[in-house]
Design a binder for this molecule. Structure first.
Ligand code: ADP
Length: 272
Protein backbone atom coordinates (compact mmCIF):
# COMPACT_ATOMS: atom_id res chain seq x y z
CA UNK A 1 0.00 0.00 0.00
CA UNK A 2 1.30 3.45 -0.67
CA UNK A 3 0.06 6.91 -0.94
CA UNK A 4 1.36 9.86 -2.82
CA UNK A 5 0.23 13.39 -2.18
CA UNK A 6 0.13 14.07 -5.90
CA UNK A 7 2.86 16.70 -5.97
CA UNK A 8 4.76 14.73 -8.58
CA UNK A 9 1.88 14.89 -11.07
CA UNK A 10 3.27 17.97 -12.76
CA UNK A 11 0.13 20.03 -12.07
CA UNK A 12 0.76 23.13 -9.96
CA UNK A 13 -0.08 22.07 -6.45
CA UNK A 14 -1.04 24.27 -3.53
CA UNK A 15 1.61 24.32 -0.81
CA UNK A 16 0.72 21.39 1.43
CA UNK A 17 -0.30 22.16 4.96
CA UNK A 18 2.35 21.12 7.44
CA UNK A 19 0.81 18.47 9.70
CA UNK A 20 1.08 19.22 13.42
CA UNK A 21 4.08 17.62 15.04
CA UNK A 22 5.30 18.25 18.59
CA UNK A 23 9.05 17.90 18.62
CA UNK A 24 10.63 15.79 21.33
CA UNK A 25 14.38 16.32 21.22
CA UNK A 26 15.80 18.17 18.24
CA UNK A 27 14.76 15.51 15.73
CA UNK A 28 13.49 18.05 13.17
CA UNK A 29 16.93 19.61 12.85
CA UNK A 30 18.53 16.21 12.58
CA UNK A 31 16.15 15.26 9.78
CA UNK A 32 16.95 18.49 7.92
CA UNK A 33 20.67 17.81 8.14
CA UNK A 34 20.26 14.22 7.00
CA UNK A 35 18.20 15.49 4.05
CA UNK A 36 20.80 18.13 3.13
CA UNK A 37 23.59 15.57 3.39
CA UNK A 38 21.56 13.03 1.37
CA UNK A 39 21.76 10.46 4.13
CA UNK A 40 19.06 7.83 4.67
CA UNK A 41 17.34 7.78 8.05
CA UNK A 42 16.27 4.91 10.30
CA UNK A 43 13.59 5.70 12.89
CA UNK A 44 13.21 3.19 15.66
CA UNK A 45 10.68 3.21 18.44
CA UNK A 46 7.47 1.70 19.71
CA UNK A 47 4.29 1.84 17.70
CA UNK A 48 2.14 4.97 18.00
CA UNK A 49 4.90 7.27 19.27
CA UNK A 50 4.84 9.68 16.32
CA UNK A 51 7.29 8.30 13.74
CA UNK A 52 4.90 8.48 10.80
CA UNK A 53 3.62 11.91 11.79
CA UNK A 54 7.22 13.12 12.07
CA UNK A 55 7.99 12.04 8.51
CA UNK A 56 4.75 13.62 7.21
CA UNK A 57 5.62 16.84 9.01
CA UNK A 58 9.19 16.95 7.73
CA UNK A 59 8.22 16.11 4.14
CA UNK A 60 5.76 19.02 4.13
CA UNK A 61 8.31 21.34 5.78
CA UNK A 62 10.92 20.47 3.19
CA UNK A 63 8.38 20.75 0.38
CA UNK A 64 8.93 17.17 -0.78
CA UNK A 65 6.23 14.72 -1.89
CA UNK A 66 5.92 11.74 0.42
CA UNK A 67 5.44 8.15 -0.68
CA UNK A 68 4.71 5.76 2.17
CA UNK A 69 4.91 1.98 2.00
CA UNK A 70 3.64 -0.19 4.87
CA UNK A 71 5.93 -3.21 4.78
CA UNK A 72 4.69 -6.75 5.37
CA UNK A 73 6.16 -10.22 4.98
CA UNK A 74 4.70 -10.74 1.52
CA UNK A 75 6.28 -7.56 0.16
CA UNK A 76 8.56 -8.45 -2.73
CA UNK A 77 11.29 -6.44 -4.40
CA UNK A 78 8.97 -6.12 -7.42
CA UNK A 79 6.29 -4.55 -5.20
CA UNK A 80 8.79 -1.84 -4.36
CA UNK A 81 10.60 -1.44 -7.65
CA UNK A 82 7.92 -2.24 -10.22
CA UNK A 83 6.79 -4.86 -12.73
CA UNK A 84 5.55 -5.34 -16.25
CA UNK A 85 1.79 -5.41 -16.48
CA UNK A 86 -0.18 -6.81 -19.38
CA UNK A 87 -3.03 -4.77 -20.77
CA UNK A 88 -4.57 -4.44 -24.26
CA UNK A 89 -2.11 -7.01 -25.54
CA UNK A 90 0.86 -4.83 -24.54
CA UNK A 91 3.25 -5.21 -21.68
CA UNK A 92 3.77 -1.93 -19.94
CA UNK A 93 6.34 -1.22 -17.26
CA UNK A 94 4.79 0.03 -14.04
CA UNK A 95 7.01 1.74 -11.46
CA UNK A 96 6.61 0.57 -7.88
CA UNK A 97 6.52 3.18 -5.10
CA UNK A 98 10.28 3.14 -4.58
CA UNK A 99 11.06 3.74 -8.24
CA UNK A 100 8.43 6.48 -8.39
CA UNK A 101 10.00 8.15 -5.37
CA UNK A 102 13.46 7.99 -6.93
CA UNK A 103 12.28 9.33 -10.28
CA UNK A 104 10.29 12.18 -8.76
CA UNK A 105 12.71 13.12 -5.98
CA UNK A 106 10.26 12.29 -3.22
CA UNK A 107 10.77 11.15 0.34
CA UNK A 108 10.12 7.40 0.46
CA UNK A 109 9.03 6.13 3.88
CA UNK A 110 9.11 2.39 4.45
CA UNK A 111 7.11 1.80 7.60
CA UNK A 112 7.99 -1.33 9.63
CA UNK A 113 10.77 -2.25 7.25
CA UNK A 114 11.77 -5.33 9.27
CA UNK A 115 8.51 -6.94 8.26
CA UNK A 116 9.73 -7.12 4.67
CA UNK A 117 11.76 -10.14 3.60
CA UNK A 118 15.52 -9.73 3.68
CA UNK A 119 15.84 -10.28 -0.06
CA UNK A 120 13.43 -7.39 -0.49
CA UNK A 121 15.40 -4.98 1.68
CA UNK A 122 18.53 -5.75 -0.34
CA UNK A 123 17.18 -3.48 -3.11
CA UNK A 124 17.66 -0.60 -0.69
CA UNK A 125 21.43 -1.06 -0.41
CA UNK A 126 22.65 0.87 -3.46
CA UNK A 127 20.13 3.61 -2.69
CA UNK A 128 21.20 3.91 0.90
CA UNK A 129 24.91 4.39 0.34
CA UNK A 130 26.97 6.96 -1.57
CA UNK A 131 25.84 5.63 -4.94
CA UNK A 132 22.18 6.60 -4.45
CA UNK A 133 21.10 4.49 -7.37
CA UNK A 134 18.24 2.08 -7.98
CA UNK A 135 19.04 -0.60 -10.53
CA UNK A 136 15.91 -1.88 -12.27
CA UNK A 137 16.98 -5.23 -13.64
CA UNK A 138 13.83 -5.86 -15.64
CA UNK A 139 14.14 -2.67 -17.70
CA UNK A 140 17.92 -2.41 -17.61
CA UNK A 141 17.68 1.07 -16.09
CA UNK A 142 19.92 2.49 -13.42
CA UNK A 143 18.04 5.32 -11.75
CA UNK A 144 20.20 7.98 -10.15
CA UNK A 145 18.39 9.54 -7.20
CA UNK A 146 18.02 13.32 -7.49
CA UNK A 147 18.90 15.54 -4.49
CA UNK A 148 15.24 15.68 -3.40
CA UNK A 149 15.05 11.93 -2.87
CA UNK A 150 15.39 10.62 0.67
CA UNK A 151 14.94 7.16 2.07
CA UNK A 152 13.41 6.88 5.54
CA UNK A 153 12.65 3.56 7.20
CA UNK A 154 11.14 2.75 10.56
CA UNK A 155 10.99 -0.28 12.77
CA UNK A 156 9.87 -1.26 16.20
CA UNK A 157 12.73 -2.85 18.15
CA UNK A 158 10.25 -3.98 20.81
CA UNK A 159 9.02 -6.92 18.77
CA UNK A 160 11.35 -9.61 20.03
CA UNK A 161 11.72 -11.46 16.79
CA UNK A 162 15.40 -12.02 16.22
CA UNK A 163 14.80 -13.36 12.76
CA UNK A 164 13.29 -10.08 11.83
CA UNK A 165 16.14 -7.90 13.03
CA UNK A 166 17.57 -5.79 10.28
CA UNK A 167 20.67 -7.20 8.68
CA UNK A 168 23.74 -5.25 9.88
CA UNK A 169 24.67 -4.59 6.27
CA UNK A 170 21.31 -2.87 5.82
CA UNK A 171 21.15 -0.91 9.03
CA UNK A 172 24.71 0.39 8.95
CA UNK A 173 23.82 2.42 5.91
CA UNK A 174 21.36 4.56 7.87
CA UNK A 175 21.58 7.42 10.34
CA UNK A 176 19.55 6.13 13.29
CA UNK A 177 17.13 8.14 15.40
CA UNK A 178 15.57 6.58 18.49
CA UNK A 179 12.02 7.55 19.40
CA UNK A 180 10.09 6.95 22.57
CA UNK A 181 6.80 8.16 24.00
CA UNK A 182 6.99 11.93 24.59
CA UNK A 183 7.55 13.39 28.05
CA UNK A 184 4.33 14.24 29.89
CA UNK A 185 4.21 17.93 28.96
CA UNK A 186 4.68 17.24 25.24
CA UNK A 187 2.23 14.34 25.30
CA UNK A 188 -0.38 16.53 26.96
CA UNK A 189 -0.02 19.09 24.17
CA UNK A 190 -0.34 16.35 21.55
CA UNK A 191 -3.49 14.91 23.12
CA UNK A 192 -5.06 18.38 23.27
CA UNK A 193 -4.14 19.29 19.70
CA UNK A 194 -5.17 15.96 18.20
CA UNK A 195 -8.46 15.49 20.02
CA UNK A 196 -9.71 18.89 21.14
CA UNK A 197 -9.53 17.71 24.78
CA UNK A 198 -9.19 20.38 27.43
CA UNK A 199 -6.05 20.60 29.52
CA UNK A 200 -7.46 18.76 32.53
CA UNK A 201 -8.67 15.77 30.53
CA UNK A 202 -5.39 15.61 28.63
CA UNK A 203 -3.44 15.71 31.89
CA UNK A 204 -5.50 12.89 33.38
CA UNK A 205 -4.94 10.71 30.32
CA UNK A 206 -1.21 11.39 30.30
CA UNK A 207 -1.08 10.51 34.00
CA UNK A 208 -2.93 7.29 33.20
CA UNK A 209 -0.42 6.50 30.45
CA UNK A 210 2.44 7.02 32.86
CA UNK A 211 0.83 4.65 35.40
CA UNK A 212 0.14 1.99 32.75
CA UNK A 213 3.65 2.26 31.32
CA UNK A 214 5.10 1.63 34.77
CA UNK A 215 3.26 -1.66 35.11
CA UNK A 216 6.03 -4.14 34.55
CA UNK A 217 4.35 -7.32 35.71
CA UNK A 218 1.79 -7.42 32.90
CA UNK A 219 2.65 -9.61 30.00
CA UNK A 220 1.93 -7.05 27.32
CA UNK A 221 3.55 -6.98 23.92
CA UNK A 222 3.02 -3.22 23.73
CA UNK A 223 2.07 -0.60 26.24
CA UNK A 224 -0.22 2.39 25.84
CA UNK A 225 0.90 4.62 22.99
CA UNK A 226 0.29 8.29 22.33
CA UNK A 227 -2.00 7.13 19.52
CA UNK A 228 -4.23 5.23 21.97
CA UNK A 229 -4.38 8.24 24.29
CA UNK A 230 -5.50 10.43 21.40
CA UNK A 231 -8.20 7.91 20.47
CA UNK A 232 -9.46 7.73 24.07
CA UNK A 233 -9.50 11.53 24.28
CA UNK A 234 -11.49 11.78 21.04
CA UNK A 235 -14.10 9.38 22.37
CA UNK A 236 -14.43 11.43 25.56
CA UNK A 237 -14.66 14.68 23.58
CA UNK A 238 -17.44 13.14 21.51
CA UNK A 239 -19.41 12.36 24.67
CA UNK A 240 -18.46 8.94 26.04
CA UNK A 241 -17.69 8.57 29.77
CA UNK A 242 -13.93 8.50 30.43
CA UNK A 243 -13.94 5.00 31.89
CA UNK A 244 -15.74 3.57 28.86
CA UNK A 245 -13.47 5.41 26.45
CA UNK A 246 -10.34 4.17 28.22
CA UNK A 247 -11.62 0.61 28.44
CA UNK A 248 -12.31 0.40 24.71
CA UNK A 249 -9.54 2.60 23.33
CA UNK A 250 -6.77 1.52 25.71
CA UNK A 251 -7.42 -1.58 27.83
CA UNK A 252 -9.14 -3.77 25.26
CA UNK A 253 -6.80 -2.53 22.54
CA UNK A 254 -3.80 -3.70 24.53
CA UNK A 255 -4.87 -7.17 25.65
CA UNK A 256 -7.23 -10.06 25.01
CA UNK A 257 -6.48 -11.65 28.36
CA UNK A 258 -9.30 -11.14 30.87
CA UNK A 259 -7.09 -11.02 33.98
CA UNK A 260 -4.69 -8.57 32.40
CA UNK A 261 -7.60 -6.42 31.22
CA UNK A 262 -8.99 -6.35 34.76
CA UNK A 263 -5.61 -5.31 36.16
CA UNK A 264 -5.29 -2.53 33.58
CA UNK A 265 -8.84 -1.43 34.19
CA UNK A 266 -8.14 -1.16 37.93
CA UNK A 267 -5.39 1.31 37.08
CA UNK A 268 -7.81 3.26 34.88
CA UNK A 269 -10.35 3.45 37.71
CA UNK A 270 -7.67 4.45 40.22
CA UNK A 271 -6.22 7.25 38.11
CA UNK A 272 -9.28 8.84 36.47
P1 ADP B 1 4.01 5.59 14.67
O1 ADP B 1 4.29 5.87 13.23
O2 ADP B 1 5.20 5.78 15.57
O3 ADP B 1 3.34 4.25 14.89
P2 ADP B 1 2.17 7.81 14.42
O4 ADP B 1 3.08 8.84 13.88
O5 ADP B 1 1.19 7.18 13.49
O6 ADP B 1 2.98 6.67 15.19
O7 ADP B 1 1.40 8.49 15.64
C1 ADP B 1 0.12 8.08 16.03
C2 ADP B 1 -0.71 9.28 16.39
O8 ADP B 1 -0.24 9.85 17.62
C3 ADP B 1 -0.65 10.40 15.37
O9 ADP B 1 -1.66 10.25 14.39
C4 ADP B 1 -0.85 11.63 16.20
O10 ADP B 1 -2.23 11.83 16.45
C5 ADP B 1 -0.24 11.27 17.53
N1 ADP B 1 1.15 11.70 17.76
C6 ADP B 1 2.12 10.93 18.32
N2 ADP B 1 3.24 11.63 18.49
C7 ADP B 1 3.00 12.88 18.00
C8 ADP B 1 3.77 14.10 17.93
N3 ADP B 1 5.04 14.14 18.39
N4 ADP B 1 3.18 15.18 17.41
C9 ADP B 1 1.91 15.14 16.96
N5 ADP B 1 1.13 14.03 17.02
C10 ADP B 1 1.65 12.92 17.56
Amino acid sequence: MYHDDGLSSGAPAAAPEVPFYAEQAGECRLFEHAFQQRLPLLLKGPTGCGKTRFVEHMAARLGRPLITVSCHDDLTAADLVGRYLIGDGNTVWNDGPLARAVRSGAICYLDEVVEARKDTTVVLHPLADDRRVLPIERTGELLQAPPGFMLVVSYNPGYQNLLKNLKPSTRQRFVALAFDYPVAEVERRIVMAESGADERLAMRLVKLASALRHLTDQDLEETVSTRLLVVAARLVVSGLPETVACRTAIVDALTDDTDTAEALNDVVLAVL
